[in-house]
Design a binder for this molecule. Structure first.
Ligand code: ADP
Ligand code: MG
Length: 349
């Protein structure tokens, strides 16, 4: 049956689609000199600024499942994933480009929903959409976003700067996005087996939001500014705390000790993990997709963050020879293991 509200991309053409996107763009940054419409965008920052660039590719069936992810959320999250990488450099995201490959399963209306999420993210994070590419695909949807940010000279933070006796700190709480994914996967399974059963999403609002609508922590790097803190090393948590901390250690040539009882886990994450017979600690360490920040600070900065609601000290760095360990609640010590997201192994988590 012909859908009255469905506009075929075939009839619109690539340029028609780009024109619709272009008309919806609002430029917010003085550094955006030229956006959509020419062969390339033009961006110019202050003389004491450096350009920070990051790109990510999201593939349907590998990184997202449209049977439970609304298109608007997908657009929003695709932007968050990218600007989170800029923020993890202690830089401010300013521009993005968005490239899409689409099969004829997708109508103009579907693309507009994706862009609604993209534009909402741009508005809330003061970012300009300045270009992209559009092409057809034989199967499904692929979204590639490149984020461009402005880092001030001397303020950019790398992975390799953590020092022995630095504190290991995380923002927010961990494991929620992973538990949200478990709930969505469970409901999908139930729906497949009995489509008439109403989904049970009670007491899952927070973790579902963590999975479907993550927020990059621009507020945290602003907080560093006002507290007068410059982390020595930093990453965002996309693959799980263990895996990111191991990267920090390897790049910085230091060891680390993490304490299980310090891990910040929201009550809802904890309760739903228990319902699913999962260990909340494992969810926090290996869950991923929380898009929080993990960073190293000097011991002398401890006073500035202690009792701060945004931050939790979860451990400290050591000499490289002391390895990378987790001290469990019962005092036993375990080597840290990375079970980060590996898309080549499929959905192993
Ligand atoms: P080219 O042939 O040089 O690749 P295009 O016709 O693909 O140029 O793009 C024309 C303009 O539209 C460029 O400024 C490009 O960045 C922008 N653009 C193309 N696709 C998208 C998209 N999906 N989202 C935003 N801008 C886009
Ligand atoms: Mg093109």
């Amino acid at each position: 049956m012909e859908d009255q509200n469905r506009t075929e991309l075939e009839n619109l053409g690539e340029f028609g689609l780009i024109d619709i996107i272009k008309k919806k763009v609002q430029i917010r940054n003085a550094s955006t000199l030229v956006g959509i419409g020419d062969d390339a965008a033009v961006v110019k920052y202050d003389d004491d600024s450096k350009t920070v660039i990051s790109t990510d590719l999201l593939v349907e069936g590998v990184h997202f499942d449209l049977s439970y992810v609304p298109l608007k959320h997908l657009g929003y999250k695709a932007v968050m994933v990218n600007i989170s990488d800029i923020i993890a450099m202690n830089a401010v995201p300013r521009q993005i480009t968005v490239s899409l490959s689409l099969s004829n399963r997708f109508s103009l209306e579907a693309i507009e929903e994706i862009y609604e999420g993209i534009f909402l993210a741009c508005e809330l994070y003061n970012v300009d959409l300045i270009g992209g590419d559009t092409t057809s695909s034989v199967s499904g949807l692929t979204i590639s976003i490149t984020a461009i940010g402005e880092g001030k000279e001397g303020k950019i933070v790398y992975r390799g700067g953590a020092k022995e006796s630095n504190l290991l700190v995380v923002s927010g709480d961990l494991g929620g996005a992973y538990m949200g994914l478990q709930i969505l996967e469970r409901e999908k399974q139930i729906y497949k087996e009995s489509p008439n059963v109403q989904p049970d999403l009670s007491d899952c609002d927070y973790i579902l939001e963590r999975q479907l609508k993550p927020e990059a922590r621009l507020d945290i790097i602003r907080e560093f500014e006002s507290l007068g803190i410059k982390p020595n090393a930093m990453m965002d948590i996309s693959d799980g705390l263990s895996s990111e901390v191991m990267h920090l250690c390897n790049e910085s040539k230091v060891g680390v000790s993490i304490y299980e009882d310090k891990l910040p886990i929201d009550q809802q994450t904890f309760d739903r993990a228990r319902d699913h017979h999962l260990d909340p600690t494992v969810c926090a360490l290996n869950g991923g997709e929380d898009y929080e920040l993990v960073f190293a600070i000097d011991l002398s900065d401890y006073e500035k963050i202690k009792n701060h609601p945004m931050f939790t000290v979860v451990g400290h760095f050591l000499n490289e020879s002391e390895g990378q360990t987790l001290t469990a609640k019962d005092g036993s010590i375990h080597p840290l293991e990375a079970q980060g997201w590996n898309s080549f192994k499929g959905h192993s988590k």
